[in-house]
Design a binder for this molecule. Structure first.
Ligand code: MG
Length: 203
């Protein structure tokens, strides 16, 4: 399986990192070795001094598809969860400056803690899903799927023009504003609507 992540999908987050609003979805990959499941702790890696959290809605792909038209895209996922796109911001900024790839900054081991998944039919309106992240009990990120520049369907359609989607692939849909650093001892807790479905202690 592969993990595909959308960058720059919420205007407020684009502004906080001084990036430009993209004319089409920007995406990058994490390897399957980035996955961190079952609320296991995240071990702060020695190669970075500036690891950031980015809470994102995640779609789980349920069948193979390529060149998917937007009007059929919603049938390619039936579960939604939450994921943390853990980012070595210092390595990413360095890569950006040198126009180098983000593979290390975004794809290192454990850089993709994910929650369990919920059936998407639990949500009456996919364009109005609330989610938020608490850091040590204080809310630091609040998102709503209605604020995404590119919808779930836009994203599936776009990615599948270039890469075949397969059952089990995960798509991180971008982070809202409020990203920030973690330190050892921190506790991240993520909520989909009001249900806590992801927890990640930084060790
Ligand atoms: Mg992200």
């Amino acid at each position: 399986m592969k993990i595909i992540c959308i960058g720059r999908n919420y205007v407020e987050h684009i502004r906080e990192l001084n990036n430009a609003i993209p004319s089409e979805p920007v995406f990058f990959l994490k390897p399957d070795t980035a996955l961190l499941i079952r609320n296991r702790p995240f071990y702060y890696p020695s190669f970075s001094a500036d690891i950031h959290y980015e809470l994102e809605l995640v779609m789980k792909i349920n069948k193979v598809g390529k060149h998917i038209q937007k009007q059929f895209a919603s049938s390619y996922f039936d579960e939604i969860g939450l994921g943390l796109d853990m980012t070595a911001r210092d390595l990413q900024e360095n890569a950006k400056k040198k126009s180098l790839p983000w593979a290390v900054a975004k794809g290192f081991d454990q850089s993709a803690p994910i929650s369990r998944f919920l059936p998407k039919n639990r949500f009456s309106d996919l364009k109005n899903i609330n989610f938020h992240l608490d850091l040590n009990g204080k809310t630091v990120q609040k998102g709503n799927s209605g604020l995404m520049l590119y919808s779930f369907e836009d994203i599936i359609s776009h990615i599948s023009q270039y890469m075949t989607l397969r059952t089990g692939d995960l798509i991180f849909t971008g982070t809202p504003a409020g990203v920030g650093p973690v330190k050892i001892g921190d506790m991240l807790e993520a909520y989909l609507e009001d249900e806590k479905i992801l927890k990640c202690e930084i060790k």
